[in-house]
Design a protein around this ligand. Structure first.
Ligand code: NIG
Ligand code: FE
Length: 409
């Protein structure tokens, strides 16, 4: 059993909640509740026990950490990552500088297929070592819960390899990990003109084993022109549900082709990307329970539009922010930078962005009862900043590392 721990003289204790709402929409997003000059007590169980203003500090004789000039806030929740991959793709980065688009690179056999080739060549152990090191880096930048996808295997053997690695990470990880099966990330070259065969492999071969061995929590499909059509996605999501996997899907990254409608029809937990979104898509989301996941680091890196977050706010559509960490479109694990981009490029206020990257992101991983805010009883996953002038300083200082320490449990 750990001992209680008291944090004192906290310049600003931020991201406090007291129950509902567990998912913020519209104007609620501007409430990122803070207490200035605060103390925070962590219980022996590693949960938030109590907090208050320094003038009301209780008698305490255990471990004390002074946080003068520092902020404490809940850990970021990164609800969309492709943490597991075998190779970096910086040559594609240079190709884009020289004028090619992400789509053109993919059509030449780069992109996802490039990563898939490398996954087939690497051992499970080596893949684990590479990926676990990234998880540690993510935690150091303030991430306190994470989602990890497969999707660079694209065959029975290699998708399972990725999912086994993800499960090994989950077992060893100090932070909660949710795992998403993304066998439908792209069609392997041999099934380019034979989509039904690959979809059958996903549904009849991969899913039964994934379910039997309990290897995933969610199912994902990349619904996009030249990838999976909305109809193909629906077939996969329906079978996914039969195996107990809830959908969290890639839609509307480059084109609005009905992916949001198909995902909502299949009760998706989240629809991720949404760089391109129609009026009809907004109407569909407005009448759904589905959370939008916005990925500004991807927009930044491959130079595509930013999702219209302000329109989602006007329409009370819930959304969260995530890194989309992957070697092709977003080699960024740093959620603080994601928050900066959301403020600078999507015009979110810092409060809106912090809520989207903490409480709402927890909801997108169905972790909102235990994570995502400073709330009595929740797990004590939190960030202590370096000495900074204010909460606004964090997104403002967009490339500065302001995080002194990430405390887990
Ligand atoms: O979320 N768009 C689909 N999947 C990833 C990128 C995958 C890759 O380029 O390796 C994304 O952006
Ligand atoms: Fe992604």
């Amino acid at each position: 059993m750990r001992q209680k721990h008291l944090y004192t003289n906290i310049k600003n204790l931020c991201g406090i909640t007291t129950g509902f709402p567990r998912l913020k929409v519209g104007k609620q997003l501007n409430d990122f509740v803070c207490v200035e000059n605060a103390w925070l007590l962590i219980s022996e169980k590693g949960t938030f026990e109590q907090f208050g203003e320094m003038k009301d500090i209780p008698e305490f004789s255990g471990n004390i950490t002074d946080c003068s000039n520092k902020l404490i806030l809940p850990c970021f929740i990164d609800s969309h990552t492709h943490l597991i991959h075998a190779n970096y793709r910086e040559s594609e980065f240079v190709d884009r500088i020289n004028g090619l688009t992400y789509e053109q690179i993919a059509l030449r056999g780069g992109g996802i297929l490039n990563s898939a080739k490398k996954i087939s060549e690497i051992s499970e152990n080596e893949l684990f070592e590479l990926s676990y090191e990234r998880l540690i880096r993510a935690i150091e930048t303030g991430t306190g819960a994470i989602e990890i996808k497969s999707g660079y295997g694209l065959s029975f053997e290699n998708e399972l390899k990725m999912l086994r690695v993800a499960n090994q990470i989950k077992i060893k990880s100090p932070i909660p990990v949710k795992i998403t099966f993304l066998g439908a990330h792209a069609f392997p070259e041999i099934y380019k003109y034979n989509h039904e065969v690959y979809i059958k492999i996903i549904c009849d071969e991969m899913l039964p084993v994934i379910s039997k061995e309990n290897l995933a929590d969610y199912i994902d499909v990349f619904c996009e022109q030249n990838y999976f059509s909305p109809e193909e996605m629906e077939i996969i999501l329906e079978i996914g549900w039969k195996y107990g996997l809830k959908p969290k899907v890639h839609v509307n990254q480059f084109n609005s082709i009905g992916g949001i409608q198909s995902a909502v029809k299949n009760n998706a937990v989240s629809v991720d990307h949404l760089e391109v979104i129609s009026e009809n898509d907004i109407v569909t989301l407005k009448h759904s329970q589905t959370i939008a996941t916005l990925l500004p680091a991807c927009s930044f890196f491959i130079k595509i539009p930013y999702s219209p977050a302000k329109i989602l706010i006007e329409n009370n559509i819930p959304f969260c922010l995530a890194s989309d960490y992957n070697p092709g479109s977003s080699p960024c694990l740093d959620m603080k930078f994601v928050i900066s981009l959301a403020c600078i490029k999507m015009n979110l206020t810092p409060e809106e962005a912090f809520n989207a990257a903490t409480l709402n992101a927890a909801a997108a991983l169905e972790l909102q009862y235990d994570y995502g805010s400073i709330e009595i009883g929740k797990k004590a996953n939190f960030i202590i900043t370096k000495p900074v002038s204010s909460l606004n300083y964090l997104p403002y200082s967009f490339a500065e590392n302001c995080i002194e320490k990430t405390i887990i449990n």
